[in-house]
Design a binder for this molecule. Structure first.
Ligand code: CU
Length: 140
């Protein structure tokens, strides 16, 4: 009995992977928009830093990792090659912060549509996450 339980726990751990994606969503854009953004909180349950080194999805031609930074008083977006999810920690992607950027949109997402996004990780794992389309009305 003991053997069976530990085998089960081991395979469950392997299946889950070190990185999990919490509350993933993609911004709903007006019809005809060429780009959109995605947000998620990555959690790292391992004791090693793990990098997100790429992402792709069927609904966009290109997916990039972006940061938002203020340069000479102007908010600018910049493409980065990777983002680190710290050991036993998390990486927060949120509006006006780090985010995913989708270009060459293949379909116009409506609120509550679901899209699959596949992430490449620096530990050779991949992470599949289901992102929900969300209508973000700007507050200003
Ligand atoms: Cu961007």
């Amino acid at each position: 009995m003991k053997t069976i339980i530990s085998t089960f726990l081991m395979s469950a751990t392997l299946f889950a992977g070190a990185i999990t994606a919490k509350d993933p969503y993609v911004r709903v854009m007006p019809p005809g928009a060429s780009a959109s953004a995605g947000f998620v909180v990555f959690e790292n349950s391992s004791d090693k830093d793990i990098k997100i080194i790429g992402a792709n999805t069927d609904f966009a031609g290109t997916t990039e990792l972006h940061t938002h930074e203020i340069k000479e008083g102007i908010m600018q977006m910049r493409k980065v090659e990777s983002m680190t999810v710290p050991a036993k920690g998390k990486l927060v992607l949120k509006p006006h912060g780090k985010h995913l950027m989708f270009f060459d949109l293949k379909k116009n997402l409506k609120p509550n549509d679901k899209v699959q996004i596949k992430f490449k990780l620096s530990n050779d794992e991949t992470l599949d996450a289901t992102f929900m389309a969300r209508d973000l009305k700007s507050k200003h």
